[in-house]
Ligand binder design. Structure first.
Ligand code: SAM
Ligand code: SF4
Length: 342
């Protein structure tokens, strides 16, 4: 299908069967990671063979076709995006769409381990904000959760990003009995540096080594608890993602809550995800997917790829149905978060 341009020259968005315009694409650029967070990966992971993973050139083509089809925000994730070899060449190349005004935002979700090295170059490529995952401010607990991360290195990386003028949002997965007593300190730490803090409920994705009902902490409970010590005011602030924000009067900063299990945010979902093997997931919580690697590799032109994307968007489902309880302790989906990148 040819791209339809509006009178402003902007590509008309793809629209799904429920009338939602698809403006946001998340791309997992690798399934590999230098950490092994307990809720995300097993200790002993088998990663994909290289031939199955899209090359950087293929990722560029794929993202560019989505942009031609009206995607305005692009988030690179993983695995850990910044451990992919030559990742900066992809980011540099994609930044041309920002310069051309076709893309509003190029961003990434990272564990921060490589930020000291890349922060300035990211800023030079037009990356204005990033999400960094930090679940605890205790170095030993950080090592235990990530199984190999060094909190100091990540904090230095965050400082480098801030110094380069990149806005940082901290993502923390809410883990019962692990970090639930740290949120006050994390609010103070992040807000003092001008960073919003987003808490995320654990999602039942992929086989891990532990028991998920042990980790699950409903954020409705966390919010009630926080409001006993902080003045929280509902905020209309949105970042295009699923987080709902409150403002903290005492700090002036924001706390976001991502509650896929207790609050259904599907009605306003404007996003789709592509894995590093080129599989398009129309919904994070559903198995239905469309392979884009075959059409991508079948020809040098982008017509087959564009047609496959249209066909997939036409069957984006209405929503997901995650459940974690004693009867549903199996992962709702077999794939790990590092496949679809959150
Ligand atoms: N490696 C990068 C990072 O950690 O930020 C990007 C990929 S990671 C899969 C993206 C986000 O998903 C992280 O914030 C991580 O904490 C979150 N995540 C991973 N597994 C999760 C799970 N089972 N439930 C909820 N969030 C999860
Ligand atoms: Fe790696 Fe991110 Fe998964 Fe942790 S959450 S193991 S840093 S991909």
């Amino acid at each position: 299908m040819p791209t339809i341009l509006s009178t402003t020259g902007e590509a008309a968005p793809m629209v799904d069967p429920f009338g939602r315009s698809i403006r946001y694409l998340r791309v997992s650029v690798t399934d590999r990671c230098d950490f092994r967070c307990v809720y995300c990966m097993a200790e002993d992971m088998t990663f994909l063979p290289k031939r199955d993973v899209l090359t950087l050139e293929e990722l560029d083509r794929l993202c560019s076709v989505f942009i031609e089809k009206g995607v305005r925000r692009l988030r690179l994730t993983g695995g850990e995006p910044l451990v992919r070899r030559n990742i900066m060449s992809l980011i540099r190349s994609l930044s041309r769409h920002i310069e051309a005004g076709q893309l509003d935002e190029l961003t990434l979700t990272t564990n921060g381990s490589q930020l000291s090295r890349y922060a300035e170059e990211l800023a030079a490529c037009g990356v204005r904000r990033i999400n960094v995952s930090v679940d605890t401010l205790d170095p030993e607990r950080f090592r235990a959760i990530t199984r190999r991360g060094d909190l100091r290195v990540v904090q230095d990386g965050i400082d480098a990003a801030l110094a380069a003028g990149i806005k940082v949002k901290i993502n923390a997965v809410a883990l019962k009995g692990v970090n639930e007593h740290e949120y006050d300190e994390m609010i103070r730490w992040s807000h003092a540096r001008g960073m919003d803090l987003t808490l995320i409920e654990t999602m039942p994705l992929g086989e891990i080594d532990g028991d998920r009902t042990d980790q699950y902490l409903p954020l409705s409970q966390v919010r009630r608890d926080l409001s006993e010590r902080w003045t929280l005011t509902e905020s209309g602030y949105r970042t295009g993602g699923p987080a709902r924000y409150v403002t903290v009067a005492e700090t002036g900063g924001r706390i976001g809550f991502i509650t896929p299990l207790t609050h259904n945010f599907c009605e306003t979902c404007n996003r789709v995800r592509v894995t590093c093997t080129g599989t398009l997931f129309m919904c994070l919580g559903q198995e239905d997917a469309r392979d884009l690697r075959a059409p991508l590799r079948a020809s040098e032109g982008n017509e087959l790829l564009a047609a496959a994307i249209d066909e997939a968007i036409a069957r984006k489902p209405k929503g997901h149905d995650f459940i974690i309880d004693r009867d549903h302790n199996r992962p709702a989906l077999g794939r790990h978060m590092s496949m679809t990148g959150g």
